[in-house]
Design a protein around this ligand. Structure first.
Ligand SMILES: Nc1ncnc2c1ncn2[C@@H]1O[C@H](COP(=O)(O)OP(=O)(O)OP(=O)(O)O)[C@@H](O)[C@H]1O
Ligand SMILES: [Mg+2]
Length: 642
């Protein structure tokens, strides 16, 4: 059975995609991991140092385009960052050139006669003025660069918050079927780890842009100072970029493999840790440990491979770029040996640009490693917010009564060959109690989910007070329904927060009344912090029966008109079951109770019993009638009473 009611309003999650892009996406097969694009941990390839320059390969072209679309909302900020980077580059180039030119002019004035002040084709200021100008340029550049870096950090923090809230909204507002299918560990990882990585990706893109502009300005400066040297350097750089392209594809592929492996091992470890009690009892601890360690080792191998490619590419690139610089200098030396000062300035500028090209390559490698994570998050968001977004009427209708009618209701799970429910014709009058029984897999929980509006019939109609469920006012419908499941899931929070369950309109007096109804009032009053006592993870500080009764209090506190209980008492002792039963009986007339039950006492106390088998109604009648005429029912009752 599902979790308690989920938010159902239309998602307002903002997606950067245009409708055209969405259409294209729908038809496009996922390039994701084992479970359609579950990707994590771009850090595999991202944390490495590397050198060289190129943006991202064609494989990441689409992803890159989508990522750049994320920046559209902040175009002003990006323009400011670009402008500042340009000014910083100009100041840096000017400071370097001025320093070399001044130094050369002083040295040459001492060594030889001539007019050193026009060495670079423009007249130089006096050395002291040059020093002052140089210092001023360096300091102003420093201030602007700090501002620029701060702007990037500021923008990234904002994006991270926006991204997380978008993902969270998309998940909470997705259709139940998608929420039920998503693996919780993967959702959590995406919300925290992946979104942090994507923020880091965005920071890297901006830093990359910053470095690219600075490199261009510095190379432009070098070109102005000595065209031959600068052109030689540019030609060698282009050759290098082309040479390392295949390496980039390897980096991307190994990063993707590392991400998939990381997710698989996270999922395995999570599920094993959750079942640690069972592993102990069944004596499977050691084999489970081995399986987990094997997976961790596999993950480590994939990660190491990704790191190796990154490191290898970084060192190779750095070496090649160094060679390019020296090659360019050699060309200048060969062609224009007399132009010593210019040669010095070009050399220094090229060396300076080397630092930036190194960070350009580091950035490209990191971007390439993180793009799959971004694509995964984007697909995840789209899957939830786009395809899986709940259709909801803007202003629905509120029925006069809450008679529930199922007209030929059928339900088939996607990808399933057989229907879970078929031709269910049923009327449940408001305020009555209704038991649903049947063998395992007969469709009881599916029926409960349809009644709660979590799933919509794939055939037939479900009506509440004569109104089809999709046309109901969603807010009213949410407040009219409640659910209690066998799993008795609780928040790691206080008793009060668990009963109130984020419905702030419910005050403490109502919470106490609900606790009294389920026989927990005295127990809670005796707790050290009363209502504010925390129940521990999964309610670990409470007994199974107390947990279940707390869940029932959570359902009752909203005064529901329809209460669905999926095997609520099967985990309770006789006393707790009695308390729950009395509490359900007290709801007679006020609230429709649909109880999926196996216990004889629970079934007998219901006015009518529906027997399901293979998704079809086998029988429907009072407990006494069914006992008379249905062998299966008699057998089930005798078993449960035995
Ligand atoms: N998410 C799902 N995807 C595909 N098939 C599903 C899904 N959930 C349930 N089913 C199938 O639908 C049928 C009805 O399942 P349902 O959970 O409603 O049974 P149930 O009567 O509640 O069983 P139980 O008493 O064991 O809880 C089963 O055959 C089951 O395998
Ligand atoms: Mg079930």
């Amino acid at each position: 059975m599902p979790d308690p009611r989920e938010p159902r309003s239309r998602s307002d999650a903002r997606s950067p995609l245009t409708s055209q892009e969405e259409e294209r996406e729908h038809g496009k097969p996922s390039t994701g991991g084992a479970d359609d694009g579950v990707r994590l941990d771009g850090g595999a390839a991202s944390s490495t140092e590397a050198g060289g320059a190129e943006v991202v390969g064609e494989a990441g072209g689409d992803a890159m385009r989508h990522l750049l679309a994320e920046f559209r909302g902040s175009s002003g900020l990006v323009a400011l960052i670009v402008g500042l980077s340009f000014v910083c580059g100009v100041l840096e180039t000017a400071a370097i050139t001025l320093a070399v030119a001044t130094l050369s002019s002083v040295v040459m004035a001492e060594i030889a006669a001539g007019d050193p002040s026009s060495l670079l084709g423009f007249s130089l200021p006096s050395p002291w003025v040059a020093v002052q100008l140089g210092v001023a340029a360096v300091l102003v550049r420093w201030l602007l660069a700090v501002w620029n870096d701060w702007l990037i950090q500021h923008a990234v923090t904002r994006w991270t918050i926006e991204l997380r809230s978008r993902l969270l909204t998309a998940f909470l507002h997705a259709e139940w079927r998608l929420q039920a299918e998503e693996r919780s560990a993967a959702v959590q990882e995406r919300l925290f780890q992946s979104s942090t990585q994507v923020s880091s990706l965005m920071a890297t893109v901006l830093t990359w842009l910053q470095s690219a502009i600075t490199v261009l300005v510095i190379l432009g400066g070098a070109l102005a100072v000595n065209a031959v040297g600068a052109v030689a350097a540019a030609v060698v750089s282009v050759v290098l970029v082309v040479m390392v392209r295949p390496l980039n594809a390897w980096i991307s592929r190994s990063a993707e493999r590392a991400l998939e492996s990381m997710l698989r091992s996270a999922e395995l470890v999570r599920s094993c840790l959750e079942l640690v009690r069972e592993l102990r009892v069944f004596g499977s601890r050691d084999s489970a440990r081995r399986a987990m360690l094997d997976e961790v080792v596999r993950q480590d191998q994939a990660r190491r491979q990704a790191l190796f490619f990154s490191a290898f590419s970084g060192q190779l690139y750095f070496t090649l770029v160094m060679l390019a610089c020296w090659g360019a200098l050699a060309v200048v030396l060969l062609l224009e040996p007399a132009r010593f000062a210019e040669l010095g300035a070009v050399g220094l500028l090229l060396l300076r640009s080397l630092g930036y090209t190194r960070s350009l390559h580091t950035g490209s490698t990191k971007i390439r490693g993180l793009l799959p994570t971004y694509e995964d998050l984007r697909r995840f968001e789209r899957r939830l917010a786009g395809l899986g977004r709940e259709r909801e009427v803007a202003s629905g209708r509120t029925p006069e009564d809450t008679d529930l009618v199922l007209e030929g209701v059928g339900f088939q799970y996607p990808g399933s060959a057989v229907a879970a429910l078929e031709g269910v014709e049923l009327t449940i009058p408001a305020g009555t109690s209704f038991a649903v029984v049947g063998p395992s897999g007969s469709g009881k929980s599916t029926l409960a989910q349809i009644v709660l509006g979590l799933r919509r019939p794939t055939a037939g109609r479900f009506l509440v007070g004569g109104i089809a469920e999709p046309e109901l006012d969603p807010a009213w419908w949410r407040s009219a329904t409640a659910v209690v499941t066998q799993e008795n899931l609780l928040l790691d929070a206080s008793v009060l927060e668990n009963v109130r369950f984020y419905r702030q309109r419910i005050d403490e007096a109502v919470v106490w009344r609900a606790l009294a109804e389920v026989g927990l009032e005295e127990f809670v009053r005796a707790l050290p912090e009363g209502l504010l006592t925390r129940v521990g993870q999964h309610g670990a500080r409470l007994s199974g029966g107390q947990r279940q009764r707390l869940c029932i209090a959570r359902a009752l506190v909203g005064a529901p008109r329809i209460l669905v209980l999926d095997e609520p008492t099967s985990a309770l002792d006789v006393h707790s079951e009695q308390v729950v039963q009395q509490c359900l009986d007290r709801l007679a007339g006020r609230c429709t109770r649909i109880v999926i039950a196996h216990r004889l006492s629970t079934i007998r106390s219901c006015e009518r019993v529906l027997v399901l088998d293979h998704g079809r109604i086998l029988d429907l009648g009072s407990p006494a009638e069914l006992e008379q005429r249905l062998g299966y029912f008699r057998e089930a009752l005798s078993l449960s009473s035995g």
